[in-house]
Design a protein around this ligand. Structure first.
Ligand code: GLU
Length: 402
């Protein structure tokens, strides 16, 4: 459910969209004839937080076909099925610096990355299934789980691309000729055209992005769609290869993992925080939604969303230090313990152990208010305890209240 229009987040999105309307309108794609019927004035933005809150402005319920926005989501499906090593025998990791439909194949028929057409066709042909229909249903089910509702295919757009998609069929044939396509090239291209023709709204796209932002769990439905490591790897490729030959400048100016499609949609992700969908069918010279890029650039600037923005200094994990003549020293920890959290704790404890006034005091490490600890941080914390014990201290650990 979209929150009421009066919400300040909805209003902030509406303002960004209004300002983006001053940008160059771009040109609606017509190489797939059916795409040319899109209304060039249509525009929308939607944001879904990892808490599952939805915000939107503009034509957020207008449906359009996913096109290349399908690529990262199908990639994540195949990655979950095959794992990194087997999948990446067939497709690379590197930004191509070339247009989406470039003939990007090395001598082994391996496309540069899964976010351009050649790579997406090869990747999509690897989806597990007994036949083409089963493979497509698996793609549709996964992309629907990302969106949190059943997605339908636009038959007209599919038929329009199938009737004119010689270049994509040619890419499939080249991959096949190089021994890098397990299916008949025409079937592989057809499956790819179908995934591109799945219909979404801008709100759906934001929920799909939020699922990646949320480590693979759809924050609206609560369903785990892909594993956290799959979500992270998908975001890595979106960050380096998601915006065609504009990927470098995008990373520089906007700095959010993203994927655009020729129908005018873009998904962008702020890991751990939210997913955003934008839509405006006019494209710029690199094939990205012109006003969509403008809206995301404004939003990233205003709210400091760039991935490499200096983060707020993490709060210390040491909540309290209590020194009691009878009980000894109690260190109370709180919040999420990852590398920096344990580094703070290790630093404090090393200081306490060398403080002559506290020599010989027993040590209690109270982790009952810690909300989460990463496995590596847990190992580091164990080493801190072992070191204190090796120095002759009596150490008690109050465990996590799981
Ligand atoms: N189906 C489109 C094609 O392959 C998708 C391209 C895109 O969105 O970048 O031409």
């Amino acid at each position: 459910m979209t929150s009421s229009d009066g919400n300040p987040v909805d209003r902030a999105l509406a303002q960004v969209l209004a300002r983006a309307a001053n940008a160059y309108p771009g040109v609606v794609a017509d190489y797939i004839p059916e795409l040319a019927s899109a209304d060039p004035a249509s525009a929308a933005i939607a944001l879904t937080s990892t808490s599952g809150h939805l915000y939107a402005a503009g034509d957020h319920d207008v449906a359009f076909t996913l096109q290349s926005i399908s690529k990262p989501f199908v990639y994540s499906l195949v990655l979950g099925q095959l794992g990194v090593d087997r999948l990446h025998e067939h497709v690379g990791f590197e930004p191509s610096g070339e247009p989406f439909n470039a003939i990007s194949l090395d001598d082994a028929g391996r496309p540069a990355n899964p976010m351009i057409n050649a790579g997406a066709i090869v990747t999509s042909a690897l989806v597990d299934g007994a036949d083409e229909a089963e493979r497509f249903e698996s793609i549709r089910a996964t992309l629907s789980a990302f969106a949190g509702r059943t997605l339908e295919m636009d038959e007209r757009v599919y038929a329009s691309e199938a009737a004119t998609g010689e270049r994509n069929r040619a890419l499939a044939h080249l991959a096949r000729a190089a021994g890098n396509l397990a299916r008949h090239p025409d079937d592989a291209a057809d499956g790819y055209f179908r995934q591109c023709a799945l219909l979404v709204t801008t709100t759906d796209v934001s929920v799909m992005g939020a699922t990646l932002a949320n480590g693979g769990v759809n924050p609206v439905t609560g369903m785990e769609v892909v594993a956290p490591s799959v979500a992270r790897r998908t975001l890595s490729l979106m960050a380096s290869c998601g915006m065609y030959d504009h990927a470098g400048e995008w990373a520089y100016r906007v700095g959010m993992p993203a994927k655009s499609g020729v129908s005018g949609g873009i998904v962008a992700v702020k890991p751990g925080q939210f997913g955003i969908g934008v839509y405006s069918p006019g494209l710029d010279a690199a094939g990205n939604s012109s006003r969509g890029v403008a809206a995301l650039t404004l939003l990233a600037d205003e709210f400091g969303l760039h991935l490499l923005e200096h983060p707020a200094t993490p709060a210390t994990s040491v909540d309290r230090l209590i020194h009691d003549p009878v009980e000894g020293i109690t260190v109370v920890l709180r919040g999420e313990l990852a590398f920096t959290g344990v580094e703070h704790v290790a630093f404090e404890i090393a200081r306490l152990l060398t403080d002559n006034d506290l020599a010989g005091s027993a040590l209690t490490l109270d982790t009952s208010s810690v909300t989460r600890i990463t496995p590596a941080a847990e190992r580091l914390l164990d080493a801190v305890v072992a070191q204190a014990r090796a120095r002759g201290r009596s150490v008690t650990v109050v465990p996590l209240d799981r």
